[in-house]
Design a protein around this ligand. Structure first.
Ligand code: AMP
Ligand code: ZN
Length: 124
């Protein structure tokens, strides 16, 4: 089969770092939790505020989202956290890296919420 732009982002839940966090098998600084979504601080922050918002279910990447309602849940948690952390006036950035060329390193869907500094455009 010809290589595609999503190659390299598939994985099984068993050896997934974010599944380990969801299941409580790995420590994380958790800021938000509901039955479907978890949010925790990025271990290597790229901005003063850097939070990852993930579905509890193992979804490998953006391209694997079959239920569009998942996006509204993730984005609504991002919005609530941004408000809670007082990021709404100065602004914040939401990022979803999907696939190797976009820089996705953890094959479990996550939305980055970045705030607390200015961001350049276009991104690197
Ligand atoms: P991406 O490159 O878009 O796949 O983002 C993965 C993010 O996960 C990176 O910003 C990492 O710093 C972050 N990360 C990796 N391992 C952990 C962990 N155990 N806890 C919190 N964040 C992590
Ligand atoms: Zn996972």
């Amino acid at each position: 089969m010809a290589p595609s732009c999503t190659d390299g982002v598939n994985s099984l839940p068993g050896n997934c770092v974010f599944c380990e966090i969801v299941e409580g098998r790995r420590k994380a600084a958790i800021l938000y939790e509901d039955p479907e979504v978890l949010a925790f601080r990025d271990i290597l922050p790229q901005a003063p505020t850097h939070i990852l918002i993930v579905p509890k279910e193992h979804v490998p990447s953006a391209v694997a989202v079959s239920d569009p309602d998942l996006w509204s849940k993730l984005m609504d948690v991002a919005r609530k956290l941004a408000l809670e952390l007082g990021c709404e006036d100065k602004g914040y950035r939401l990022v979803v890296n999907s696939g190797p060329q976009a820089g996705q390193t953890i094959p479990h869907l996550h939305v980055h919420l970045l705030a607390g500094r200015s961001f350049r455009w276009p991104p690197g």
